[in-house]
Design a binder for this molecule. Structure first.
Ligand code: SAH
Ligand code: SF4
Length: 410
């Protein structure tokens, strides 16, 4: 069991008291005080933004999708690839044109945890007033109060290096409609050599089994029809808390709840995807029959350099077992093209897996060096143009597989 700090009920109630103070101020205004929350990146960020909205709701904010009408803009950023970071910064740059006196612009999320990004924002994006990292989410009322009281031009920057804390029970404002995210764990301990997530999001912290099941019951009672269990590697669920993984158990327990819903989950790491998990997927009628199982590369040398913890043959044998148990399963995957030093022959091994498995959907990325990760230090003799050629070849192969599938079903 790990003994990570738990945010206490007193700490949370202090934040609630600050939220109540801000609410009084906002309600005192002669019009609605408006917030705009914009989200980039993965489902984890989508779920975090629902917590941000929940907190803002408690602080008496109403919501808008208009940058120019908003009194407060919060941009929840992504850092997984350089392109994602640049896209956010480009859009933040545009906000200088719509910024009004008194408007507060805040950046939060993964990009903010990167020192280089914070320095760039402080130097070149002077219209940004607040930055806070992913570990500060529960302290949003305190951070906002500080920013609201700060003299103009003074920036509020709240970022800590942290393994992450345990925090549960934050207010959440989910979007209307039948879909709901349900966090089961935070952080990642896998340290794939290309990936910045473990450095930014901290160590794995599972939520308590009961807390997750109870929240699922509430969601079902509230009419949610598609519930997605979320974590960077859901198969590790429970290890930090119970000394053993309990994801299959959690999935089964929720799938057996009364009600009309389907249960999805993201993401599964192949090294921990177990026979037991496959059985639950196969046997439980409410568990969705599509599995996202990212293999990243078909070359054993590259997989080892990525620190993925499985070989191509092991991956394929898991897929075969899954298909035996659940023949109607549909599969998707993530692939990285152009990992440092990946040769043409090694890339061809990736194509072989794509051809053999015939995924229903692929998410394909050209490798992007992330500062602070081991892969960013590895020699990389191949040019961007060479990687782009491979990438195009991969897309063409997947297109032909899609076309064949369509023809077969016509
Ligand atoms: N935890 C999830 C996904 C995390 S990020 C998992 O392990 O499956 C989503 C995808 O982004 C990864 O699966 C990987 O394919 C891609 N990715 C992550 N870091 C990357 C990088 N530095 N360059 C290119 N793609 C990357
Ligand atoms: Fe990144 Fe690997 Fe963790 Fe996924 S499992 S978040 S790719 S380190």
């Amino acid at each position: 069991m790990n003994s990570m700090t738990k945010i206490s009920e007193e700490q949370l109630s202090e934040q609630r008291a600050i939220a109540a103070r801000i609410r009084v101020g906002n309600r005192g205004s002669d019009r609605s005080v408006l917030a705009f929350v914009d989200t980039y990146g993965c489902q984890q960020n989508e779920a975090d933004s629902e917590i941000i909205r929940g907190q803002l709701n408690e602080m008496g904010y109403a919501f808008t999708d208009s940058e120019s009408l908003a009194d407060l803009i919060i941009i929840n950023t992504c850092a997984v690839r350089e392109h994602a970071e640049q896209r956010v910064l480009g859009n933040v740059g545009h906000l200088i044109h719509t910024k009004r006196a008194g408007q507060i612009i805040a950046l939060c999320g993964c990009a903010v945890q990167q020192k280089s990004v914070r320095e760039l924002v402080l130097k070149s994006y002077r219209h940004v007033d607040v930055m806070f990292g992913p570990h500060e989410l529960w302290r949003l009322p305190e951070i906002l109060e500080k920013a609201l009281n700060a003299p103009a031009k003074i920036k509020t920057v709240e970022v800590r290096e942290s393994d992450g804390e345990r925090v549960d029970g934050l207010p959440t404002l989910r979007k209307d409609g039948p879909d709901a995210w349900l966090n089961v764990m935070y952080g990642c301990d896998n340290f794939c050599s290309y990936c910045v997530v473990p450095y930014i999001r901290g160590r794995e912290r599972s939520r308590e089994f009961r807390a997750v099941v109870d929240e699922a019951k509430l969601l079902i009672a509230a009419g949610k029809r598609k519930i997605t269990l979320l974590g960077q590697n859901v198969n590790s669920y429970g290890r930090d808390l119970y000394g053993e993984t309990r994801f299959s158990d959690l999935l089964r327990t929720i799938a057996e709840l009364e009600g009309d819903f389907t249960l999805h989950f993201r993401t599964s790491h192949p090294k921990d995807a177990s026979e037991e998990l496959f059985r639950v997927v196969a046997e439980q009628s409410k568990v969705d029959k599509s599995l996202h199982l990212p293999f990243q590369s078909g070359s054993d040398r590259i997989l080892a350099a990525m620190n993925r913890g499985y070989t191509a043959a092991e991956y394929l044998s898991k897929i075969n077992r899954l298909k035996e148990l659940a023949p109607n399963v549909s599969l998707s995957s993530d692939i990285i093209v152009g990992f440092p030093g990946e040769t043409d022959a090694e890339f061809e091994d990736t194509l072989k897996i794509v051809g053999a498995v015939r995924f229903d959907k692929l998410f394909t990325f050209i490798y992007s060096p992330r500062p602070g990760t081991p892969a960013a230090e590895m020699p990389d003799p191949f040019t961007r143009a060479q990687k782009q050629t491979r990438f195009n070849k991969l897309i063409a192969l997947q297109r032909s597989i899609d076309a064949r599938r369509l023809a077969e079903h016509a």
